[in-house]
Design a binder for this molecule. Structure first.
Ligand code: GDP
Length: 512
């Protein structure tokens, strides 16, 4: 990438293009204040103290008044870019904006490239790379949670955490490198067990950061959540319960939700796009067939599958397994078959608990109880305490593939109709999207580039450990440490940044 020239004075509209009450035009660079003085009629801006605003007029070369404006002066280094800056607040008509920008261009400024202000801030040491990216996130943040995370990153939370880890690793890297200087001599400056402890400590810091990306990603892009299940299981009712309003059509006739319905549910700042689908049982008519087709397509695009099981409808656990296996295998969505952060991308909602109060999700915990037929449980079986033999007699044998065992924590008992346990279901949805134990209060990685660098650093550190375990020579250890250092440095932009700069700043729009 060719880095733009820092000695130019650049100009651009800093507010969105179009009509507004006011617009801000930003001039920055070594001659920004001189350029502004050429077009601004009022006090001489060069004589004013920094961080002050001044009323005046913008006049063109013919002495024609363009607008009444307020010019804010930033001297020297104490501006956003680290260079002299003038921000001209004018009235928000596109004509005025264009005239003022044209006048600045005629007076010696050039048009800024996308992200060039923030790039200057970075090159002048006002921001590190992760902070510069946080500016983009801050501007783009749509929810309170995303805003909070971007703001924390802008203030340098992430940077400090990484910088400290790097520091400690550099210390060891230099000790190992020192050993290499001694060549043949068998010296060990870097205590291997200390190094191992440090690497393990760093990895334990990296892991939550890496895991937090699931939440970071969810915050940025939202989470598509498909609600599937057999006709009449209560999918539409559940959707309504989650949204707390009457949106989907609810009826007693199986298969009434002919098409998919999409609604957005906000849980702690994460936007869940809920998709209600037609029942998954074999279609009776043509319209229903289309509905099922849509279900399959939706599941393919989803990150979370919520399977609704009517526990009063005569379906066994084996049936549930079979339905899920069919849904998952037909789509082979990686998120469903694998577990992410130990949490699978699906939840099984045991619905209509009000009609089968004897049903206990704890029974699902018992591996010796391969199947449950809740419909048969008209009255509480005499289980004699924790011994469930009577109950077992009622159960059919389960033939679900052993690769598809459902963890009991994935079963959520609710009554959609009575709004029972819906809040808990929301908590579980958040947990599946964010990963267990990840909270908005800790550092959350929202940027794919950071996540990738952290992951690579972690892999390199794992290699260091493998090397230490196998007693490899110092040069191999040093190589793996250097690799992990390089990845950590990529995040804050301390080394090897040239090639990634274009990528990052190119995503900004002009004027940022
Ligand atoms: P869908 O076909 O899966 O979308 O099912 P619906 O949401 O249309 O519900 C089918 C029927 O089950 C309706 O009569 C609902 O009122 C009823 N239903 C849904 N949830 C519950 C529940 O938690 N308890 C009871 N008793 N009935 C429910």
């Amino acid at each position: 990438m060719n880095l733009p020239n820092l000695t130019d004075t650049i100009v651009a509209l800093a507010t969105p293009p179009g009509v507004g009450a006011i617009a801000v035009i930003r001039l920055s660079g070594p001659t920004a204040i001189e350029v502004a003085d050429l077009i601004f009629k009022g006090k001489k801006l060069a004589d004013q103290t920094t961080h002050t605003a001044h009323f005046g007029h913008i006049r063109d070369r013919q002495g024609r008044d363009i607008d009444e404006v307020l010019a804010t002066v930033f001297h020297g280094e104490r501006s956003y870019t680290g260079q002299p800056t003038v921000e001209i607040s004018c009235h928000g008509s596109p004509y005025i904006q264009q005239e003022i920008i044209q006048l600045c261009l005629q007076s010696g400024a050039r048009l800024a490239q996308p992200g060039e202000y923030t790039l200057r801030a970075f090159l002048n040491g006002k921001l590190d790379l992760s902070q510069a990216e946080a500016v983009a996130d801050l501007i783009a943040s749509e929810s309170e949670a995303a805003h909070g995370i971007a703001l924390r990153q802008l203030r340098g939370g992430f940077k400090n955490e990484i910088a400290q880890l790097r520091e400690e690793l550099i210390h060891f890297a230099s000790l190992v490198e020192l050993e290499l200087d001694f060549g043949e001599e068998d010296v060990e400056f870097a205590d291997r067990s200390d190094l191992k402890n440090l690497v393990e400590k760093i990895r334990s810091h990296l892991r939550p950061l890496i895991q937090s990306f699931a939440l970071g990603n969810a915050l940025r892009t939202g989470v598509t959540t498909v609600i599937a299940g057999r006709p009449n299981a209560g999918k539409s009712t559940l959707l309504n319960a989650l949204l707390n309003e009457e949106r989907a059509i609810v009826s007693d006739i199986p298969g009434t939700t002919r098409d998919t319905i999409e609604e957005v549910l906000n849980i702690r700042g994460v936007q869940f796009r809920l998709v209600d689908t037609a029942g998954i049982r074999e279609a009776q008519d043509a319209i229903e067939t289309i509905g099922i087709q849509r279900t399959m397509e939706k599941i393919e695009q989803a990150s979370i599958l919520v399977y609704v099981w009517d526990v009063a409808g005569g379906m066994t656990l084996a049936d549930v397994h079979a339905d899920l296996a069919a849904l998952v295998s037909r789509n082979s969505v990686p998120g469903f078959s694998n577990t992410r952060n130990g949490v699978p991308g699906y939840l099984i909602v045991c619905n209509k608990m009000d009609r089968n109060p004897l049903f206990r999700t704890e029974w699902l915990l018992d591996p010796t109880l391969p199947d449950i037929h809740p419909y048969l449980l008209g009255e509480e079986p005499d289980l004699g305490g924790p011994d469930l033999t009577t109950f077992k007699k009622l159960s059919n044998h389960l033939n679900a593939p052993s690769s598809f065992l459902l963890p009991p924590s994935s079963f959520i008992p609710v009554s959609a109709k009575n709004q029972m346990n819906i809040e808990y279901l929301k908590e579980k949805l958040f947990e599946v999207a964010a990963g267990e134990g990840v909270s908005l209060e800790s550092t959350v990685v929202t940027n794919a580039r950071h996540h990738d660098a952290l992951r690579r650093a972690d892999v390199a550190l794992a290699d260091v450990l493998v090397g230490l375990e196998a007693n490899v020579t110092g040069d191999f250890v040093a190589q793996d440490i250097r690799r992990s250092l390089a990845y950590l440095s990529e995040i804050t932009g301390s080394v090897g940044v040239e090639d990634i700069l274009g990528n990052i700043f190119g995503k900004f729009c002009i004027g940022k």
